[in-house]
Ligand binder design. Structure first.
Ligand SMILES: Cc1cc2nc3c(=O)[nH]c(=O)nc-3n(C[C@H](O)[C@H](O)[C@H](O)COP(=O)(O)O)c2cc1C
Length: 457
C-alpha cells in the first residue's frame, strides 16, 4: 500500500523590511499602516493558511554609518500588530519573532499568554537568539551576552517561560454561588525559578491560556540551534527550501528528535519560500527575472558587495566589473545589526569565486548580485507551483512553507486565488479550518495531552 499523502502547511510571512519587497511596483503599499497588515492577514485566512508570521529586528541595521536601505521605513512592535490582527481574524495563527537575549521571561510569557487569550488559542512564539552588541545598546545591558552563551540563555528563557505558562492549571477561579463572588486559589500562578540566567520568584498574573503554551518556533541553524529546536520547539523556520538542501536539513533535524523522546511529527520544518506566478511557466520565468532586477538596484548591489568586502565601495560603478581589491578581514564589520554577518565565513574565497563567475559570464557587479542572490523558490504557472510545492512536501524537503511575497500587502492574493484551490483539489490542503487553535491546524498535541500521555506510560 502506498504511503498516505502528507497534508501541507502554509503560512504567510509579512514581507515589510527586507530585500524582497519591490517598493517601486505601483501595487506596493505601506508596511506599517494597519490596513496593510489587515489585508495580508485576511488573504491568508481566506486561503485557510495555518498562520501569519512576523520577523523582528530590534534596531535598524546600518552599513557604513547609514541606515540599511529598506530599514529606513522602521519596524513596528510585534505584539501590538498581532493583537490588532487577532481582532480582524478568527482562525489564522499569529506567530511573533521575539528575542530571548534582550527580553525577560516574565514579560514575554505574559505577552504571549495574553495574545493566546485574546486570539482564543492562536499564538506562536519564534524564539530567536540574535545577540549583537549593536542591538544590545538599545537595552540596559547592551552587548552583555557573549555569542556562545546565547543558547544557554535561550534554553533557560524558554524553560522559565514554560514554568510561568504552567503555573496556572485552568481550574483556579471558582465561582461561589452562595455569595456570588469569584475566588482565586492563592497558589495560582506562583513560581520559583533559580538558574544561571534567571533567579526569579513571584506570581504570574495571566490564567492558563487556551493552548496551554504558545506554539514554539525556532530559527537558528547552528548545531546548537538545531539541538534547541529538537529538544524544545514545535516548528523550525529555516532557509532551506530547495530539493537537496531542504532534504538534508529535514533529515538532520528530524533525526535529532528521538534522543529527546520525541516523534518526527512533533517538530515541523517550515522553510521560507518566495514565488512568482504567470499564466505560463515561460511568462513566470520572465516576470521572476524582472522582479530580481527590481529587488537589486545598482545601489543595493553595491551595498551587498560592501557587506562581503567589508569596505566602502561607493566609488565603484554597479554596472562595471568587480573590485580588484580583496575583502577586508577585520573584527569591526561595516554592517551593524545584521544577524546574517556570519553567512560569509571566508570573504576572500567568496570574492575570488565571484570574480571568476563575473569574468566567465561577463557580469557587472549588479548582474553578479542578481544571479548569485536567492532565486525565487517557486516559479511557474499556478499548476506548476502547486505541483512543485506538493512534490517537495511529499519528498520530505519540508512539512510546508512560509511564503514571502514580493509585494506588500497584496502579493499573496493571486496565490490564494489560483494555487490554493489546486492544492485543495489534490486533497493535500484543507478546504475548511477543522479546529480553532493553531496547535489544531498544525496537528500538534496540547501540552496537557502530552503530560497525561507521559504520566500514563
Ligand atoms: C530563516 C531565519 C530567520 C530568522 N529571522 C530572525 C528574525 O526575524 N529576527 C532575529 O532577530 N533573528 C532572526 N534569525 C536569527 C536566528 O534566530 C539566530 O539568532 C541566528 O541565526 C543565530 O543563531 P544560529 O547560530 O543558531 O544560526 C533568523 C534566522 C534564520 C535562519
Amino acid at each position: 500500500m502506498s504511503k498516505p499523502l502528507k497534508q501541507i502547511h502554509l503560512a504567510a510571512h509579512f514581507p515589510g523590511v527586507n530585500n524582497t519587497t519591490v517598493w517601486s511596483d505601483p501595487a506596493a503599499g505601506s508596511h506599517i499602516e494597519f490596513s496593510s497588515f489587515a489585508h495580508f492577514a485576511r488573504t491568508a485566512e481566506r486561503a485557510k493558511f495555518d498562520f501569519l508570521f512576523l520577523a523582528e529586528g530590534l534596531r535598524l541595521r546600518e552599513q557604513g554609518g547609514k541606515i540599511y536601505d529598506l530599514d529606513v521605513v522602521g519596524r513596528p512592535d510585534t505584539f501590538t500588530v498581532l493583537a490588532a490582527l487577532a481582532a480582524v481574524t478568527e482562525h489564522l495563527g499569529l506567530t511573533g519573532t521575539i528575542n530571548s537575549t534582550f527580553n525577560e521571561p516574565y514579560e514575554v510569557a505574559r505577552q504571549f499568554a495574553s495574545l493566546d487569550h485574546l486570539s482564543a488559542g492562536r499564538a506562536a512564539w519564534n524564539v530567536v537568539t540574535s545577540w549583537d552588541a549593536f542591538t544590545g545598546e538599545n537595552f540596559r545591558r547592551g552587548g552583555f551576552l557573549p555569542q556562545e552563551e546565547r543558547y544557554s540563555r535561550a534554553k533557560e528563557f524558554l524553560t522559565t517561560a514554560n514554568e510561568l505558562f504552567d503555573s496556572w492549571h485552568g481550574d483556579e477561579i471558582l465561582a461561589d454561588q452562595a455569595t456570588g463572588t469569584f475566588l482565586r486559589d492563592a497558589g495560582a500562578g506562583s513560581f520559583v525559578h533559580k538558574g544561571d540566567q534567571f533567579d526569579i520568584h513571584g506570581q504570574f498574573n495571566v490564567p492558563r491560556s487556551p493552548q496551554g503554551r504558545p506554539v514554539i518556533f525556532q530559527a537558528g541553524e547552528s548545531d546548537e540551534g538545531r539541538e534547541f529546536a529538537a529538544s524544545s520547539a514545535d516548528a523550525i523556520f529555516s532557509r532551506y527550501a530547495t530539493l537537496d538542501a531542504g532534504q538534508a536539513f529535514y533529515t538532520d533535524v528530524k533525526s535529532r528528535l528521538a534522543k529527546y523522546g520525541r516523534a518526527p511529527g512533533d517538530l515541523l520544518i517550515l522553510p521560507a519560500a518566495s514565488f512568482v506566478l504567470g499564466d505560463t511557466d515561460e511568462e513566470a520565468e520572465e516576470i521572476a527575472h524582472q522582479v530580481r532586477r527590481q529587488q537589486v538596484s545598482g545601489a543595493t548591489a553595491l551595498k551587498h558587495l560592501e557587506f562581503v568586502w567589508n569596505r566602502d565601495l561607493s566609488a565603484y560603478d554597479p554596472e562595471g566589473p568587480l573590485p580588484d581589491v580583496d575583502p577586508l578581514v577585520a573584527e569591526e564589520h561595516i554592517s551593524r545589526g545584521r544577524a546574517q554577518v556570519r553567512m560569509y565565513r571566508d570573504p576572500v574565497a567568496i570574492a575570488r569565486e565571484w570574480r571568476g563567475l563575473a569574468e566567465a559570464n561577463k557580469w557587472s557587479i549588479r548582474d553578479l548580485v542578481i544571479n548569485t542572490g536567492n532565486r525565487q523558490t517557486f516559479v511557474g504557472s499556478p499548476a506548476t507551483v502547486a505541483r512543485t510545492i506538493n512534490d517537495f512536501v511529499q519528498a520530505d524537503v519540508a512539512d510546508g512553507f512560509i511564503l514571502v511575497p514580493h509585494i506588500t500587502p497584496g502579493g499573496l492574493d493571486a496565490f490564494a486565488d489560483t494555487v490554493v484551490p489546486l492544492l485543495q483539489e489534490q486533497g493535500v490542503f484543507r478546504t475548511e479550518y477543522e479546529g480553532t487553535t493553531l496547535r489544531g491546524h498544525l496537528g500538534l498535541a496540547h501540552p496537557d495531552e502530552k503530560r497525561s500521555e507521559r504520566a500514563a506510560s
